[in-house]
Structure formats: structure tokens, C-alpha cells
Design a protein around this ligand. Structure first.
Ligand SMILES: [Zn+2]
Ligand SMILES: [Zn+2]
Length: 245
């Protein structure tokens, strides 16, 4: 039976230098539940080291957590990749780290903390996570799809780090599974602003960097269960699965 799931596929943790330290795995799971979200994806900049802890923190609760990452391409385009298993995400991570250079400057960008489900600091990541990989968008999208993941163009309505700001256009053949807009634009306005993108599914996400952001945006999706296969169907409007706009 199909039912409506409240989804937010773009939530950062304290591993992202620009996110607050209060964004630790257990706090995120608790806040997502309090905000009545059913499905979330954890997407830190070019990294996924806090994902397993958010999954552990959500175990036994009514919250599905998809493993994910917000990847920066060589063109400085941000996109969100989500997977149905940690092993797929780990393969993606290995590839991204191989193509990411530089060291974080904590004073300038912020601390990048790996924190477990108990709130204990496991490690400080010293890579330049806020930087760009040296791989092009097309190659990265193929890599995600080869791992059976979904690729969502992030915040296309933002004036920086979006496909539109960096490339100037979204070709209707670009293999994005969906396009994300910020809650400031929202789905109804996105349809008006981007008529040329009518073939794509739109979603809206919080892109939460602070606990207070969780629950400020969600996408309602009709699914039988919260799996990546079902989501794929919803993004391509198959078998009654769909996004409620
Ligand atoms: Zn972004
Ligand atoms: Zn983000």
C-alpha cells in the first residue's frame, strides 16, 4: 500500500566545517523524529564518516536514514548522492577522497568532527572537505549511477555552487534523478521559474547546517516503503510512486 513519507535528503552533520558542532548524530536523529520526518539522508561535504553513527542512532526508531554525500565537482557544482548501502557509499568515498586535495584550515572554515552515536568525538578530519574534487560532473554522475545511487542537483536556485550558477544551464539530458530547490523557492514556484526543466522531478530539502534547520523543509513522497528502488520509481513517476507537489 502506498503512503506519504516526509523526506529530507540533504542534512549535514558536524563533520561539515560549516555546520554547528551540535549537529552530532544522536541530536540529528532526535530532531528529525521531533520534526516528524520519516526519511532523511545525511550528506556532508565530500565525506560520509558520520553516516554510520546517524544510522546507529536511528535504529529501532521510526526514521529511515539513507547513506549519502554532498559532492563538489571540479566545476564547483554541488550535488547530493544517496545510496542504499554503506558499502556503495564507501566505494564512493574512496573515489572522492582520491580526488580531493588540501588540508582544512579550522580557523577559516571550522572544525570537522567525527562523532559517534553517544556524542563522543572519534576523530577530527583534516582534509579540505569544503574544497572541490578534480572530477567533472559527468564523470561523477556516472560513478554514482554505477554504484546504483541517485544523484540530485543541489539547491539549483542558489547563486553559488549550483549547476545553474556554475554551468549556466541544465541540459535536459543531464542524468540527474531529481533537482533540489531551497524552501525559499519551493516546489510550486520552481515549476513556474523553470518551465524548461519540466521533465525533471523537483524536491526541496533543508540543507540543514544547524539543528534548528531540521524540519524547515521536506518533500512529501508516495512510496510503498522507504527504499532506494521505491524512490527511483517516485523520481521517474512510475507505478503510482510520486512526489506530491
Ligand atoms: Zn551545497
Ligand atoms: Zn549542503
Amino acid at each position: 500500500m502506498l503512503k506519504v513519507f516526509h523526506c529530507d535528503f540533504h542534512i549535514h552533520t558536524c563533520l561539515s566545517p560549516c555546520a554547528e558542532l551540535d549537529m552530532h548524530p544522536r541530536a540529528i536523529a532526535e530532531k528529525a523524529l521531533a520534526a516528524k520526518l520519516d526519511v532523511i539522508a545525511i550528506c556532508d561535504h565530500n565525506s560520509s564518516e558520520n553516516v554510520p553513527y546517524v544510522i546507529t542512532a536511528s535504529q529501532g526508531k521510526n526514521l529511515k536514514v539513507f547513506p549519502g554525500m554532498e559532492i563538489t565537482t571540479i566545476e564547483e557544482v554541488h550535488f547530493v548522492a544517496i545510496f542504499d548501502s554503506m558499502s556503495a557509499l564507501e566505494s564512493m568515498q574512496e573515489y572522492v577522497y582520491r580526488h580531493l586535495t588540501g588540508e582544512n584550515d579550522e580557523k577559516r572554515f571550522g572544525v570537522q568532527a567525527v562523532v559517534n552515536e553517544k556524542g563522543e568525538v572519534e576523530a577530527i578530519n583534516e582534509k579540505l572537505l569544503i574544497g572541490a574534487t578534480d572530477i567533472s560532473l559527468n564523470v561523477l554522475l556516472d560513478y554514482v549511477h554505477n554504484l546504483n545511487g541517485l544523484a540530485i542537483a543541489a539547491h539549483i536556485d542558489r547563486e553559488s555552487f549550483s549547476v545553474l550558477s556554475q554551468l549556466g544551464f541544465i541540459d535536459k539530458d543531464m542524468p540527474f534523478d531529481a533537482l533540489e530547490v531551497t524552501p525559499f523557492t519551493g516546489l510550486a514556484q520552481a515549476r513556474i521559474f523553470y518551465p524548461e526543466l519540466e521533465n525533471y522531478s523537483f524536491i526541496t530539502s533543508s540543507d540543514a547546517h544547524y539543528l534548528k534547520d531540521i524540519g524547515t523543509a521536506l518533500t512529501k513522497i508516495m512510496l510503498e516503503e522507504p527504499t532506494l528502488t521505491e524512490l527511483k520509481m517516485a523520481f521517474s513517476r512510475q507505478n503510482g510512486r510520486r512526489i506530491l507537489e
